[in-house]
Design a protein around this ligand. Structure first.
Ligand SMILES: Cc1cc2nc3c(=O)[nH]c(=O)nc-3n(C[C@H](O)[C@H](O)[C@H](O)COP(=O)(O)OP(=O)(O)OC[C@H]3O[C@@H](n4cnc5c(N)ncnc54)[C@H](O)[C@@H]3O)c2cc1C
Length: 529
């Protein structure tokens, strides 16, 4: 049985050779760090490259863990990063979800609407038109516009030259027109006023815990089209992906050092020259340093305000980090028939109606959460239907703020446990009511991750699960640039999810190599394959 095999992450060992100097040091062995390391070694020769990771495993937020006889995974949807994997020669056995992308339930008091959102934009358009025939014309126009806008993103350059800037309005007019538009603004543009139709469309912004009134229209459209066009799930466990990336990186001569908590980025005269790992007596020096960890920690703590211009510090102060989450991983007994419950979708999502995301986001911005019996949003995923292992489900609930979670965990374990259980029960009841009748009777193992858990593993003080929030005021040219004010220090962190993390690597390496690899393009279009 799949559950008896070793987790792939357990096979990964450090191969640090303790050199004094490296060409490149990457902080963090999550998908962004590993993708950067791989794209770099694939496009350079003989470069001495070291990835430093504070945890005992690679993969960061994309991982798997064992509890009793069960294996649980953090990430659930494997987006369409196939081209990048083929380019690197990374292999992993994936199940493709061909028919439906999501089972979606919207609750209005006692009334429940259910949708089966099909995979692929054409199928989705057809489906929406059949569900909302009075709005068929508007739907057609919105979806055509969305596909066209997303295709224009391909024409953008990451760091435009003057010439690029001059031609962009002609090559990508829809992107320019939408740079400051929210997703809600885009729906307004197409006169989508039917509240039920809006509820379905807004599914794609609530994914990241951001309401459509604040989400970037381009980002939300990209998330919708890229995730639904081709989506997958590994047949094995999710940690196989970063483990394979790590093995390939090491095979190509890259070094990985686990248990290496970087406490300082060394700056001399405004230039990054190396890093200091906690517990080390000496500094590891490097020509270039790339950080893929929480930007607030990297810049404000590891670099320090004394090394940053006041303008940049101000910018950091205004950054809204993404939300945190509560994740409930359940191992179920063998008596439950999950296969017979129509759960085999990348996501099963239930929420209350229009306005929910906004209320929940406001609760998060106030530092806490706004979940209640009348206002909720949760995703229920059933990984064991793909892995074939013992029955598991994961309930993902965001947005939560860090609130008192760190404090409770440290100083008041009883309160921490009680709050964990309270929210666990709250969301288990929701999953039981809308997706899995009798769920609570079948629970054998329960593991609840709180914002404090996410903070502990990632090192993000806010327990942010998606880095900087994907709100329109932080999108495109308004995001923190990869190039930091410190010379030779870079920070490829602007898009969330596995797709975004892989693209962090692509764009970062292309920038270091002066467009020699991806021609400065915003999407993956390498010159030589
Ligand atoms: C519960 C959950 C479910 C998700 N589900 C999906 C999904 O289904 N599909 C999807 O596409 N995306 C999903 N995501 C998002 C996705 O996992 C992340 O966007 C992605 O993994 C981020 O990768 P990263 O490398 O940028 O950051 P991280 O994964 O945070 O990696 C950063 C690494 O840096 C290390 N680090 C931090 N501080 C230091 C330090 N001082 N010194 C050394 N190392 C340090 C950390 O330990 C970590 O390994 C999910 C995220 C979460 C939390």
């Amino acid at each position: 049985m799949a559950q008896n095999r070793k987790l792939s992450k357990e096979e990964i060992k450090s191969n640090y050779s303790e050199r004094d100097h490296y060409d490149l040091i990457i902080i963090g062995a999550g998908i962004s760090g590993l993708a950067t390391g791989l794209m770099w070694l694939k496009n350079t020769e003989g470069k001495k490259t070291l990835i430093l990771e504070k945890n005992s495993y690679t993969g960061g937020y994309s991982t798997a863990f064992r509890k009793g006889e069960y294996v649980f995974e953090t990430t659930q949807l494997f987006p369409d990063i196939i081209e990048m994997m083929e380019y690197l020669g990374l292999e992993i056995k994936l199940k493709r979800f061909e028919k439906d992308f999501m089972r979606r339930i919207v609750v209005h008091g006692d009334e429940v609407d259910e949708y089966k959102i099909p995979a692929g934009p054409e199928n989705f358009t057809r489906y929406l038109k059949s569900k909302f025939p009075d709005d068929a014309d508007k739907i057609e126009k919105l979806m055509n516009y969305s596909v066209s806008m997303f295709s224009q993103v391909r024409k953008l350059k990451v760091i435009p030259t003057l010439k690029d800037t001059l031609v962009t309005p002609f090559k990508a007019p829809k992107v320019i027109a939408n740079l400051n538009r929210t997703y809600s603004g885009l729906l307004d543009k197409f006169d989508i006023t039917n509240p039920k139709l809006r509820e379905v469309m807004e599914t794609f912004t609530s994914f990241s815990g951001v309401p459509s009134e604040r989400a970037s229209s381009i980002y939300a459209t990209g998330a919708m089209l890229s995730s639904m066009t081709r989506c997958f799930r590994p047949y094995g466990y999710f940690d196989e992906f970063p483990a394979n990336m790590t093995k390939l990186f090491q095979k190509w001569g890259g070094e990985v050092r686990l248990h290496a908590d970087v406490e300082r980025i060394i700056i001399n005269n405004g230039i990054a020259t190396g890093v200091k790992v906690k517990g080390d007596n000496s500094i590891i020096s490097a020509d270039k340093v790339i950080t893929t960890i929480d930007p607030m920690v990297a810049m404000r703590e590891l670099v320090g305000d004394e090394n940053l211009p006041a303008k940049y510090i101000k910018r950091l102060e205004n950054i809204v980090m993404s939300t945190s989450s509560i994740n409930i991983a359940l191992g179920l007994d063998d008596d439950i028939d999950l296969a017979g419950m129509d759960l085999d979708y990348p996501y099963n999502v239930v929420s209350t109606g229009l306005g929910t995301s906004e209320k929940l986001f406001d609760g998060f911005m106030a530092g806490d959460n706004a979940f209640s019996e009348d206002c909720f949003h949760a995703a229920v995923i059933c990984p064991s239907l793909t892995t074939g292992a013992k029955n598991t489900i994961t309930i993902r609930c965001n947005p939560f703020g860090i609130n008192n979670w760190l404090e409770w965990r440290k100083n008041d374990p009883e309160k921490y446990k009680a709050e964990k259980e309270r929210w666990g029960d709250f969301f288990i009841n929701i999953a039981e009511k809308y997706f899995i009748p009798g769920l609570s009777k079948h629970i054998v193992v329960k593991d609840i991750s709180t914002p404090a858990t996410f903070s502990r593993y990632s090192g993000s003080p806010t327990g942010s699960i998606y880095d900087m929030a994907s709100i329109v005021t932080q999108f495109g040219p308004k995001r923190l640039p990869f190039k930091t004010p410190v010379e030779n220090l870079y920070q490829p962190k602007f898009a969330h999810g596995l797709y975004g993390s892989m693209m962090n690597g692509v764009q970062m390496v292309d920038m270091l190599l002066n467009r020699k690899f991806n021609d400065g393009n915003s999407l993956f279009t390498p010159k030589a394959r």
